[in-house]
Design a protein around this ligand. Structure first.
Ligand SMILES: *Cc1c(COP(=O)(O)O)cnc(C)c1O
Length: 386
């Protein structure tokens, strides 16, 4: 079976994890701050806080930006459910902005139209969460401009995008956002098994995310309501969670950071090769903006339904039947039963719905061989043309 994505673990990665297992600290030791420093330096951002997943990073990002009951958070319908669920955890309402037909990212044009309407009916969003789908940055300058005009804050869901650039600068530097979030799930560009990170240039936000990832507990005297009772003393000053990353995970992440650029370069070679192999088929290969150097987490093609004698589902199943584990990223979130029950209706994001009927994620990961890639292309061509 050729999977759509998979981790790449070296002997050095394994050794880094084993070293932690032989050390004094399995969690809350030196590996977590070292991993945080490595990612912060790579991205050129002031602060990085490692947590247990991108989902927990999104949750804490929403909380620290003040999202709560009565607030509204907007995101793209074409993303993993966690990009929307984070607002629901905080008691806020969610709404969706349709996608751009060429990047499949949240459309700045649709965002502006929706903001104008929302301003009239007094229901502007508190936070907008653009998602860098497949690793290609959203039009962050455009979104940031609208944020200034309409007063919303921005969380970049960059779960797909570590190692990518926007206008020549690393995704994660938070030039156009309050907080950026990465995921280190094994299908993503670098992995810690499970894990995530929140990045920001705002020291106060970073400190609050740190507090909330560990129960809201502080050991800093200046954050306490009175002088410490003794050396054992700590105070819980807020209601937080256990969203910590372990040192075992962080050691793996730190070791993977050494190969991040190599991983992304390899993804670009694979993408270029797919572009060539698929050039004459009735499908759309990924369009790349000049502003973007994509992290290329995913390689998504779109079938041209009026030029193919089979359905999207039939093509998908022929590939799966040939042991190619293609996937579909993503089902429009508002078609999930949980969101349907909140009242979302078909038709609310027509471009996203069209995308869902045509998109297929082809295998994309550093270890994909040329012969495996040739098999994918051949199988796809046969599926489409016979
Ligand atoms: C993977 C992913 C997440 C969730 O990441 P976890 O680390 O598994 O919690 C969130 N958003 C997007 C866009 C993702 O792809």
């Amino acid at each position: 079976m050729i999977p759509y994505g998979r981790q790449d673990i070296s002997e050095a990665d394994i050794q880094a994890v084993v070293d932690v297992l032989r050390s004094d600290f399995l969690t809350q030791g030196p590996a977590v701050p070292a991993f945080e420093a490595s990612v912060a330096q790579y991205c050129g951002v002031g602060h990085a806080v490692a947590v247990s997943s991108a989902t927990s990073a999104l949750h804490l990002a929403c909380l620290t930006l003040g999202v709560g009951k009565g607030d509204i958070v907007w995101t793209s319908p074409i993303t993993f459910v966690a990009s929307a669920n984070c607002a629901r955890y905080c008691g806020a309402d969610v709404d969706f902005v349709d996608i751009d037909p060429s990047t499949y990212n949240l459309s700045v044009e649709c965002l502006e139209t929706k903001l104008i309407q929302a301003a009239e009916s007094n229901c502007l969003p508190k936070v907008v969460i653009p998602v860098h789908l497949c690793g290609q940055s959203c039009d962050m300058a455009g979104i940031h401009n609208l944020g200034q005009r309409y007063g919303f804050k921005i969380i970049e869901d960059a779960s797909h995008a570590i190692g990518g650039k926007y206008r020549g600068e690393p995704i994660g530097n938070c030039r156009y956002s309050n907080i950026t979030v990465f995921s280190f799930h094994p299908v993503k560009t670098i992995t810690t098994g499970e894990g995530g990170m929140a990045l920001t240039n705002d020291a106060q936000l970073a400190r609050r995310i740190q507090l909330l990832r560990s129960h809201g507990i502080t050991r800093e005297a200046e954050e306490m309501t009175h002088a410490p009772d003794g050396a054992w003393y700590y105070q819980q000053i807020e209601l937080g969670y256990n969203y910590r990353m372990t040192d075992i995970q962080a050691a793996l992440g730190l070791s993977q950071m050494l190969r991040l650029d190599e991983f992304v370069a390899r993804r670009h070679i694979i993408a270029k090769r797919y572009d060539t192999l698929l050039a004459n088929l009735p499908l759309v290969t990924p369009w790349q903006s000049n502003d973007s150097y994509s992290g290329l987490h995913l390689y998504v093609i779109r079938l041209k339904p009026d030029r193919i004698g089979k359905t999207h589902r039939e093509i998908f199943e022929l590939l799966r039947g040939a042991n190619i584990a293609v996937n579909l990223h993503y089902i429009p979130i508002y078609w999930q039963p949980y969101y349907e029950k909140l009242g979302f209706k078909t038709g609310c994001c027509p471009e996203a719905e069209r995308y869902y009927g045509e998109a297929i994620s082809l295998p994309m990961y550093p270890g994909l061989t040329e012969s495996q890639q040739d098999k994918v292309a051949r199988t796809l061509e046969k599926a489409i043309s016979t």
